[in-house]
Ligand binder design. Structure first.
Ligand SMILES: C[S@@+](CC[C@H](N)C(=O)[O-])C[C@H]1O[C@@H](n2cnc3c(N)ncnc32)[C@H](O)[C@@H]1O
Length: 291
């Protein structure tokens, strides 16, 4: 694997954005608490619905023993060992991520698997030769990327003709909490207008994004509504409290409105009526390079 990695552009701790406009998930290494992000991706890993969805998305890669597969934006490496078990010890698994903190964490977790390589790289400029992989995937990465089509092009470039591409992401804008009318407007601002990412509705746009790339065929879409009836889980997964406070800081709502909303959803939790939903999409296709 090492031989196939082209020269990796140096990404320093102070320049992990590689020149792009930054959002929180692009500057994990500059954060005072990078562990917060690792804990976040670890927490997601424990959710049954995410586990089931990832099982589907990894099956869509149609991996065989001996195959080579890449997880782009692999984070702390939640899916690398599953991929390794699919390609077995004669296959190769590669994980790349922009964040050094994520890469170091994933590396330490994959120490025992010699055919798994993890390194720091930008998904928009993957330093790997063309047509190297049998399959490429990314999960909840594109929402953080300024130009998602560039990443899709890179994933197509490094995947051989006949290989598979599988992309998973969510649609934040269709997420809901079943709040009473009195706080509906405040709720909508907190859930939809406070954004942590470049493309909150990317999940819904994945199919269109893949269709625009003429080297991808047999495109299939799978969607699932994920939900939780626990405010604690919603706080952990969605940073609801932090979103609310950001809405106040950004002048979108007043502190009083935030408190009114928070009290309402806490009461809903107590009386058993709290439900949060979000839609997750996986779009897969087969690579066909015409020339
Ligand atoms: C929400 S996490 C998802 C991680 C992992 N795919 C998972 O499912 O647990 C998004 C990841 O994308 C990474 N990321 C953001 N921008 C990136 C870029 N331009 N190139 C590579 N990785 C990037 C972040 O460092 C972070 O680890």
């Amino acid at each position: 694997m090492e031989a196939m990695i082209q020269q990796i552009p140096e990404i320093s701790k102070n320049d992990s954005s590689c020149g792009f406009k930054e959002t929180q998930w692009m500057k994990i290494d500059k954060s005072e608490a990078p562990n917060k992000y690792i804990e976040y991706v670890d927490e997601i890993t424990k959710q049954d619905q995410i586990i089931a969805h990832t099982r589907y998305s990894t099956r869509q890669l149609r991996l065989q023993p001996g195959n080579k597969v890449i997880d782009v934006g692999c984070g702390a490496g939640k899916d690398l060992s599953r991929l390794e078990s699919m390609v077995e010890s004669n296959g190769q698994v590669c994980g790349i991520d922009l964040s050094r903190e994520m890469v170091e964490c994933a590396k330490s977790r994959m120490n025992h698997l010699p055919n798994v390589t993890v390194f720091c790289a930008n998904a928009s400029m993957i330093p790997i030769e063309s047509n190297y992989f049998d399959a490429s995937r990314c999960e909840r990465l594109l929402q953080h990327i300024p130009e998602p089509a560039e990443v899709v092009s890179e994933m197509v470039r490094i995947t051989r003709s006949g290989g598979r591409i599988v992309i998973t992401d969510v649609d934040w804008w269709s997420s809901t909490i079943s709040v009473p009318r009195s706080v509906d407007r405040i709720n909508s601002i907190i859930i939809k207008d406070v954004v942590f990412n470049q493309h909150p509705s990317i999940g819904l746009n994945l199919r269109g994004l893949m269709s625009k790339n003429t080297n991808i065929e047999e495109i299939e879409i799978f969607a699932q509504c994920m939900y939780t009836d626990s405010l604690t889980v919603a706080d952990d997964l969605l940073w609801l409290g932090e979103r609310g406070k950001m809405a106040v800081q950004q002048g979108l709502i007043t502190e009083e409105e935030y408190n009114q909303w928070r009290e309402t959803i806490e009461e809903m939790e107590e009386n058993g009526s709290f439900v949060f939903t979000i839609n997750i999409f996986t779009v897969s296709g087969t690579i066909n390079k015409k020339q």
